[in-house]
Design a protein around this ligand. Sequence first.
Ligand SMILES: Cc1cc2nc3c(=O)[nH]c(=O)nc-3n(C[C@H](O)[C@H](O)[C@H](O)COP(=O)(O)OP(=O)(O)OC[C@H]3O[C@@H](n4cnc5c(N)ncnc54)[C@H](O)[C@@H]3O)c2cc1C
Length: 461
Amino acid sequence: MMLRTCRALCSQAGPSTGGWQALNFDGGAFHLKGTGELTRALLVLRLCAWPPLVTHGLALQAWSQRLLGSRLSGALLRASVYGQFVAGETAEEVRGCVRQLQALGLRPLLAVPTEEEPDSAVKTGEAWYEGNLSAMLRCVDLSRGLLETPGPTGNILMQLKVTALTSTRLCKELTTWIRRPGASLELSPERLAEAMDSGQDLQVSCLNAEQNRHLQASLGRLHRVVQHARAQHVRLLVDAEYTFLNPALSLLVDALAVRWNSPGEGGPWVWNTYQAYLQDTHERLRLAAEAADRAGLAFGVKLVRGAYLDKERATARHQGTEDPTQPDYEATNRSYSRCLELMLTHVSHRGPMCHLMVASHNEESVRQATKRMWELGIPLDGPVCFGQLLGMCDHVSLALGQAGYAVYKSIPYGSLEEVIPYLIRRAQENRSVLHGARREQKLLSQELRRRLLGRGLRVPH
Ligand SMILES: Cc1cc2nc3c(=O)[nH]c(=O)nc-3n(C[C@H](O)[C@H](O)[C@H](O)COP(=O)(O)OP(=O)(O)OC[C@H]3O[C@@H](n4cnc5c(N)ncnc54)[C@H](O)[C@@H]3O)c2cc1C
């Protein structure tokens, strides 16, 4: 019933054809959601803004399992945190969740939640990475199958975490070498791309025999995922992680881009993620965009503020090195705004050869993007799209979707045992976001109060 109502309401809202209109993020779009969903969202966001719950999440989960038994504790989690932020466990549950999103004008961006544990022999062995490869390949198929009728501009996107397919130890080692002067030739993207394509043995002198074998196996896994994704028309958005890994991750993305973002492939099929909270990001983004343009490669970027602020700063303090992050929140905002401007200008020059996901819950950033898209003549549902996390900032996602923009919700899925540790770690990394979800809580309470007091229907915007 709710789905039908939503469809009817969505069909009234087509892409705006006139001038640019500032979007209203006042919770008006909550009229599309059921009271149960809004209540759960409010309760879960309030709980997650309570620091002890996030800090001791794993211990609390273990404690509740012991006290209540795994069935009851599982049921509680499913009705709360898991239900709010996770699509489900089976392909059918994921499809159900995505159908609801699609009815609201939103699209799926599936993410396989994997957590490497560098000290665990099981979670760093070759078999573990091969298992993750299978999960990624299934995720490609699921992503493809989710859109019954992908229109010409309805791109299918999926998140890819490279450290699910290769070890963080190897990425750390490679990063150390990439940063040394003179390493560039041996570790060039072209050389890695060649090894990926031909499957021939690659020997890198800075790595020992075991590391070389792992690099070769990792390149093979990456190649298989992208090959399969390309065949299924699924674009892969590679996550950015810590600065002690990112140069290696970018090298691997560049190698994949040489092969899969080449002219005539219809790409970009492999996108990189840029974190505006790092001081050098604008410059790196400018150089990468110009290099792709010169090489005639398609270029895809997910632009985020960055999730690992506390750890980056702690690592810099611990190692006595310079803090790589922006000095404060305002500086990160300015950096995001400059990166956004840079990318939108590139999109307006290169058209479909350059794609951007504005992956942010920040209302100002989203507003800036929509305004500049209009000024630069970038179509609403073209090479620029928006991304938010499932269960977060629906007032922003729904308003964008209703106005005709392409909006993706990043969706983790999997069993409770797999996903809860992942969610707790993400929550710990995104404390400031959960804390900042106060405005969303306020809008949710307003809407619920309005419904309880029976103040009639809102007029859709
Ligand atoms: C679809 C999607 C994909 C994502 N993929 C990635 C990814 O691959 N890698 C990744 O790292 N993150 C990723 N994120 C998370 C993202 O980086 C942010 O943590 C999150 O979106 C919050 O930023 P915001 O722009 O939404 O909003 P805001 O709430 O406005 O900004 C919060 C962010 O501002 C920054 N910040 C806060 N306080 C300070 C301070 N004192 N000094 C400097 N900066 C500060 C931090 O980056 C913080 O996360 C993704 C998010 C989405 C929605």
